[in-house]
Design a binder for this molecule. Structure first.
Ligand code: ADP
Ligand code: ADP
Length: 231
């Protein structure tokens, strides 16, 4: 039941002078929540971007559902649609309403009819208690609201996996909780998630497994108890 298997992944930049990933190995099972922690520059973002095919590996392999993503038969756009990604900065489209932000990708990719997309977007907004904001523009919203909308926008594509890259790092402290609550509820529903975070409370409480990265590889991994509770 390995959904994702990263094997000996290497990613070099600047003609090999920077090794962002250096023999990185990681398996993620269906429904598993993996928290990825580690110092700045250790390769966490590069790993997530590689899973989403936003980076081309220098070496090693990534398997998704048993298929090597480097395989010629893999449709990169189709793969990306399976991977919902949420960044530190929300990247909402400022000139589109909240509703349009959520329906845009499913409509552009003809994944849903306008009626279906609209219905789902309203259900997602209800879920996060922001249905009354459907017609507003992002600049009217708080950081926490924007990030929750960025998360449901990713969910509107019905992804198989959600990737989070420091989703709460740019938020004022009082808004972190509402974003973590939404992520916790996704985890409870069985969403497969990889979460780069500095929120150790979240990692301890929600993650099935915590991996610690340094210098482009995973140095330690285990259950939150194994990693956080000293013997
Ligand atoms: P983290 O997310 O853990 O902070 P990153 O994956 O962002 O780490 O970066 C890992 C290393 O790779 C860092 O040394 C970073 O400067 C370098 N790096 C990341 N992206 C690029 C890039 N596009 N070009 C050159 N170096 C990069
Ligand atoms: P994060 O906060 O997610 O680790 P960074 O601030 O490291 O992100 O990187 C932001 C962007 O800049 C990424 O697209 C990354 O590829 C690029 N980048 C990071 N480090 C370098 C670098 N040393 N040279 C060129 N681009 C870089």
């Amino acid at each position: 039941n390995k959904l994702i298997s990263v094997q000996h992944l290497v990613k070099e930049y600047n003609h090999g002078t920077v090794k962002a990933l250096n023999d990185c190995n990681l398996d993620i099972a269906q429904g598993e929540v993996v928290a990825i922690i580690g110092p700045s520059g250790s390769g966490k973002s590069t790993l997530l971007r590689s899973l989403n095919l936003l980076e081309e590996p220098t070496g090693g392999q990534i398997f998704f559902d048993g298929v090597d993503l480097a395989d010629k038969s893999v449709d990169i756009n189709l793969h990306r649609q399976k991977m919902g990604m949420v960044f530190q900065h929300f990247n909402l489209f400022p000139h589109k309403t909240v509703l349009q932000n959520i329906t845009m990708a499913p409509l552009a990719l003809k994944k849903k009819t306008p009626e279906e997309a609209q219905k789902q977007a309203m259900e997602l907004l209800e879920r996060i208690g922001l249905a009354d904001k459907a017609g507003e523009y992002p600049n009217m919203l708080s950081g926490g609201q924007k990030q929750r909308i960025a998360i449901v926008r990713a969910l509107a594509m019905d992804p198989e996996v959600m990737l989070f890259d420091e989703p709460t790092s740019a938020l004022d402290p009082e808004m972190v909780g509402e974003v973590l609550d939404l992520m916790r509820s996704l985890a409870k529903e069985g969403m497969t998630m990889a979460v780069v975070t500095h929120e150790m409370g979240f990692a301890r409480e929600v993650a099935d497994r915590v991996v610690f990265m340094a210098e482009g590889k995973i140095l330690e991994e285990g259950s939150p108890a194994e990693l956080f509770d000293s013997p």
